[in-house]
Design a protein. Sequence first.
Length: 262
Amino acid sequence: MKEFYLVADWGAHNYLTVPNIMLSAGSIAQTDGKKWNMSRVRLPEGYPDKLILDSGGYSFFSRWGDYPFSISSYVDLANILKDMYPLERVATLDYPCEPKINRINDLQTNEERIRATVNMAGGCIDEDKTLPWLPVIQGYTINEYLYCLDLYADIGITSDYWAIGSICSRKGNLLELRNLIVTIRDQFDNEKLHAFGLGIPFLKDPQIFQAIYSSDSSAWNWGISGPNTRDRKKEAALKYLALIEDMMCGAENQTQLGDLIK
């Protein structure tokens, strides 16, 4: 892993002095989810170095069962952020496939959700080809993710950077997640992989760490002891990021040692 993004909720936008930030459309949306409240986006001057916009699919689906906004509205948001910050990537709209995800819309099966994910990605790219899109690979089993990649190939969508969805809520099953991520990694040559929402316990696994280019997490914001004040949240964010940076430094040193031994 080369890059890590802290996920900023709307209450943390104005004090996260960290190099890489992921913003969720869910943290910018107004109460009805149909319009954007840009007053919530107040990142510190000079930050971040890189910004990824995520569609906020999981939060929108948990609440409404679908996106309450159109592709064009999402593209408008991306272009506003592009004018404000160094926008590294924009995740395409996708349909999460976790077993417990809200499925009140017509997309009941994972196959239907995967097809809708690929169609949404095509719609996003067609809407604005100038944006730095990050296509999302959806599924829950290995075969489902491979099916998703086949559908992308069928409609001619290619990218140098891909994201893996529906992995952030998996807990405890390290072997399953490792096998999944490594298998997806093996489908590519030099393309980068982003793994949504991987916590430190999974990132500590050497095979997972080496298989991905980037990840993100909002876990820094969980379980803050005492009053949940701005200073405490900033301290928690920087502490979490320091743990990640130590892991990245250790992995780099390990790689350099391996190169010397060869």
